[in-house]
Design a protein around this ligand. Structure first.
Ligand SMILES: [Zn+2]
Length: 149
């Protein structure tokens, strides 16, 4: 094998590694997420008015959201043993992540996405002249997320 041929093969090898990645055929979450982020950018541009997943950016008309329920006011007695109607009235749900992203992260890794959503609520409340959500509400969300909800 002369030098130019070797160089050509080396170039093809580098190209293949670049295209398929060193991970081979195994499942690669990062690659998958990259594809979903590209999808998210296109889909959210086509879905004005829809909220999006805080991680992949896919809009809620295209992906299922993961709803985390928490007690709106943790100083109230727990509504867990009450009827469904009471749970609906006393508890609140939020969904910063889609089911897929939620499933790929540990509770600790999910936390920043919830914090970002809570910060958004606070900014929106201030902007619209409402009372900002109380700090204890964040504690309630934090506890629910760390409990794997
Ligand atoms: Zn997502």
């Amino acid at each position: 094998m002369n030098f130019p041929t070797l160089k050509k093969w080396l170039f093809i090898c580098v190209l293949l590694v670049g295209v398929f990645g060193l991970g081979g055929c195994g499942e690669n979450i990062d690659n998958d997420l990259r594809v979903r982020k590209v999808k998210g950018a296109v889909e959210s541009a086509l879905s004005p008015g829809y909220g999006t997943c805080g991680r992949c950016g896919r809009p809620w008309n295209r992906v299922e959201e993961h709803t985390t329920w928490f007690q709106e006011d943790p100083s109230e007695p727990s509504s867990k043993n009450d009827s469904d109607l009471t749970i609906f009235v006393l508890d609140m749900g939020c969904f910063p992540l889609c089911e897929e992203c939620w499933g790929e992260l540990t509770p600790k890794e999910r936390l920043p996405y919830y914090r970002e959503l809570f910060n958004e609520w606070t900014l929106e409340a201030i902007r619209d002249g409402y009372e900002a959500p109380p700090k204890k509400q964040w504690e309630s969300i934090r506890a629910a997320v760390l409990a794997g909800k």
